[in-house]
Each structure stands twice: as structure tokens, then as C-alpha cells.
Design a binder for this molecule. Structure first.
Ligand SMILES: [Zn+2]
Length: 162
């Protein structure tokens, strides 16, 4: 009867260790996803900053493309009128955007957008750290359950030999 009880205990500990492992693995996946999302935000901000410094054409739908400045287009056109630049994707009119041509209000809004995005990236990293702590806790729990299962089986073996 005692052996039976020990084996039941070992079986339950096996199940618990598998559940704890699964849980920790899921949390590790979440950690990777969160860190990935944070990096994508950082990359996006860096790309936007670079584009703004260089200057680019943008339509109202947010499609962006590189190209000559309006002054370069004017020079090329000479006496003729400069044709309106159209978006390659949606054919809507393009507007030339460059950091030093933005109004102070537009610059303020850009900076604000970037700060907000950086805050989101930081909070994702913070969450990832928390989840990593939870994953470690789960892994420790799984290893404790494995130890419990082993102990129960060893005790059952010893009892059997008596
Ligand atoms: Zn477009």
C-alpha cells in the first residue's frame, strides 16, 4: 500500500514537472517575442530618423520613397513646370519631407512620437525581464518536481527490497 502511494506521488510529480516545464517554455517564447518587438520599434525609429535627415517623399497614406529634392526637380525642369510627384504605389500626390524643413510644431510632434515609441519599447523590455524571472521560477519548480518524483521512486525501490 505504501509503495502504491509513493508511485502515485511520483506520477503526480512527473505531471507537475511537465506542466511547469511547458509553462516556462511558453514564458520564454513570450520573452523572445517581447524583445523582438522592442527591437523592431528601435529599428523603426532609427530608420525614421535617418530618412528624416536625408529627406524623402511621402504620400498621405504614408508610403515613402527617396528621390531628388524639389529644388533639384525645379532645376532639372528649367523653364517648364515641375510635374507633381505621385506615389508609385497609390498614385496620390507626394510631399517632400525633411527634418530641417519641418515647422517647429511638426518637429515637436515627431520628437513626441519617437519618445512615445521608445517608451513602448522600454515597457516591452521591462515585461520581458519579468517574464524571464517567471520562466526561471517555472524551471526551478519543474526541477523540484523531477527531484520529488525521483525521491518517491527511490523510496519505493528501497521499500520493495525490504
Ligand atoms: Zn501612396
Amino acid at each position: 500500500m505504501y509503495i502504491y502511494k509513493l508511485e502515485i506521488e511520483a506520477g503526480a510529480a512527473d505531471i507537475n514537472s511537465r506542466l511547469a516545464d511547458q509553462n516556462a517554455a511558453n514564458r520564454r517564447k513570450t520573452v523572445a517575442q517581447l524583445n523582438d518587438q522592442a527591437k523592431q520599434i528601435d529599428d523603426h525609429i532609427a530608420h525614421e530618423k535617418e530618412m528624416l535627415q536625408k529627406g524623402f517623399w511621402e504620400c498621405e497614406d504614408g508610403h515613402a520613397e527617396e528621390g531628388p529634392t524639389p529644388e533639384e526637380l525645379k532645376e532639372k525642369a528649367g523653364e517648364a513646370d515641375v510635374e507633381p510627384q505621385l506615389c508609385a504605389e497609390c498614385k496620390k500626390p507626394l510631399k517632400y519631407v525633411k527634418w530641417d524643413r519641418l515647422t517647429p510644431k511638426e518637429q515637436y510632434d515627431e520628437n513626441k512620437d519617437q519618445e512615445d515609441a521608445l517608451k513602448i519599447a522600454a515597457s516591452k523590455r521591462q515585461l520581458a525581464l519579468q517574464e524571464e524571472g517567471n520562466a526561471k521560477g517555472g524551471e526551478q519548480m519543474a526541477s523540484k518536481f523531477r527531484q520529488d518524483a525521483q525521491n518517491s521512486r527511490q523510496t519505493a525501490d528501497r521499500v520493495r527490497k525490504v
